[in-house]
Design a binder for this molecule. Structure first.
Ligand SMILES: [Zn+2]
Length: 210
């Protein structure tokens, strides 16, 4: 039997279904998918770095922008109310429920923003063929650990459900911040499609081993 197959560095496990594959080089612009479930196992350096970096920069800009523009406008019973995302988050409560506001803000704004920043920090120098910044491996591990806690997309679904309910009671118009969050959800979907943890670890590993 082939003894090279026993070297763990020559194997890639599917992150979704754990099927082991032998590592093969990836051509520029191409990707390798799991033979069983189709999850991306590795994509070329071009795909992994350029697209993930572009998505992370777009994420950070959209999150920051969404904080400063009106989120929704409500018109009913002769009054017009405009709310920003911060108003919407703080509407969850004050006083005893203040910690809840913090948790909601963390899931929607702080964690996605920190994750995007950590990805930019990791990938920016690699994009230009330079050595990674100090602590890039920790930053990348941090970004991966934050991923399940980044919930901007769940928030948007919740907002849409709530809007359907209040649409009968008041005239609702959506502000730029709402559309920025919708764009954020689309960018996150694109990022997931192109994100290749394995390829980025390979590139980071090459620099730290040298
Ligand atoms: Zn799989």
């Amino acid at each position: 039997m082939n003894t090279a197959a026993a070297d763990p560095r020559s194997l890639i496990a599917c992150p979704n279904c754990d099927l082991l594959h032998n590592q093969t080089p990836v051509a520029t612009g191409e990707r390798i998918r799991c033979a069983r479930c189709g999850t991306t196992l590795a994509s070329s350096r071009y795909n992994a770095i350029d697209r993930t970096l572009a998505a992370a920069v777009a994420n950070a800009i959209l999150i920051a922008g969404a904080l400063f523009f009106p989120f929704i406008k409500l018109e009913g019973a002769g009054t017009l109310q405009s709310a920003t995302l911060i108003d919407a988050i703080s509407a969850f409560g004050g006083g005893l429920t203040a910690p809840l506001v913090l948790v909601v803000a963390a899931f929607i704004v702080i964690i996605p923003f920190m994750r995007a920043s950590a990805l930019v920090y990791t990938l920016w120098p690699l994009r230009f063929g330079r050595a990674p910044y100090q602590g890039a491996a920790q930053a990348f591990r941090f970004a991966n650990a934050l991923k399940p806690w980044s919930m901007a997309e769940i928030f948007i679904i919740g907002v849409v459900v709530a809007l359907v309910k209040i649409a009968g009671m008041a005239q609702v118009s959506l502000g730029p911040a709402f559309w920025m969050l919708v764009a954020l959800v689309l960018v996150l979907l694109l990022e997931n499609h192109n994100f290749c943890r394995w390829t980025i670890w390979q590139i980071l590993g090459k620099h730290t081993r040298a």
